[in-house]
Write a protein that binds this ligand. Structure first.
Ligand code: MG
Length: 202
């Protein structure tokens, strides 16, 4: 399986990092080795002093497809959950300045947390509201209606570039409010008011 991520998919988040709103989705990938194994904490890597959380809705692909039209895109997933696109912001800023790829900042081991509790999209209210708490305080509040490219548009765009396979995960971008994690922090994700995960930072 592969992990495909969308960058700058919420205008307020693009603005908080000083980035322009993109005219087409910003795409990057994480390898399957990036996934945090079930029950493990996030371990801050030694090569960064500024690891950020990015809470995101994560869509699971359930059908093989390529060049999928937006009007058919909803046939290619049924489930969604919450995940965190951990980002070495200091490394990413250095890479951006040099015009270099982001893998060192975005694709390292443990950089992809995905809750193991998936939810049927059709059973959720629309728009989907989601929240991240750090040490009990709300730090990010997301609303899927604010995505610049919605799930179906993402699938259309991504499948122009990558063949989608069963089990692939799509990180759909983070809302505003990203910030640093420190050893000892606890991150909790909520879909509407239901807690979906709790993750320790060490
Ligand atoms: Mg992200």
């Amino acid at each position: 399986m592969k992990i495909i991520c969308i960058g700058r998919n919420y205008a307020a988040h693009a603005a908080e990092l000083g980035n322009e709103v993109p005219s087409e989705p910003v795409l990057f990938c994480k390898p399957d080795s990036a996934i945090i194994q079930r029950g493990n904490p996030f371990v801050i890597p030694t090569f960064s002093n500024d690891i950020h959380y990015e809470l995101e809705l994560v869509v699971k692909v359930n059908r093989l497809g390529k060049h999928i039209q937006k009007s058919f895109a909803n046939r290619y997933y049924t489930e969604v959950t919450l995940g965190i696109d951990f980002t070495a912001r200091d490394v990413q800023e250095a890479m951006k300045k040099k015009g270099l790829p982001w893998e060192r900042a975005k694709a390292f081991d443990n950089s992809a947390f995905v809750s193991d509790r998936f939810f049927e999209v059709s059973a959720l209210s629309n728009p989907i509201l989601f929240t991240l708490k750090k040490n009990g305080e709300v730090v990010q509040e997301g609303n899927s209606a604010l995505m610049l490219f919605d799930f179906d548009a993402i699938i259309e765009e991504v499948s122009k570039v990558f063949t989608l396979k069963i089990g692939d995960l799509l990180f759909t971008g983070t809302p505003a409010g990203v910030g640093k994690v420190e050893s000892g922090d606890v991150l909790e994700g909520f879909l509407f008011n239901e807690q979906v995960f709790s993750l320790r930072i060490v």
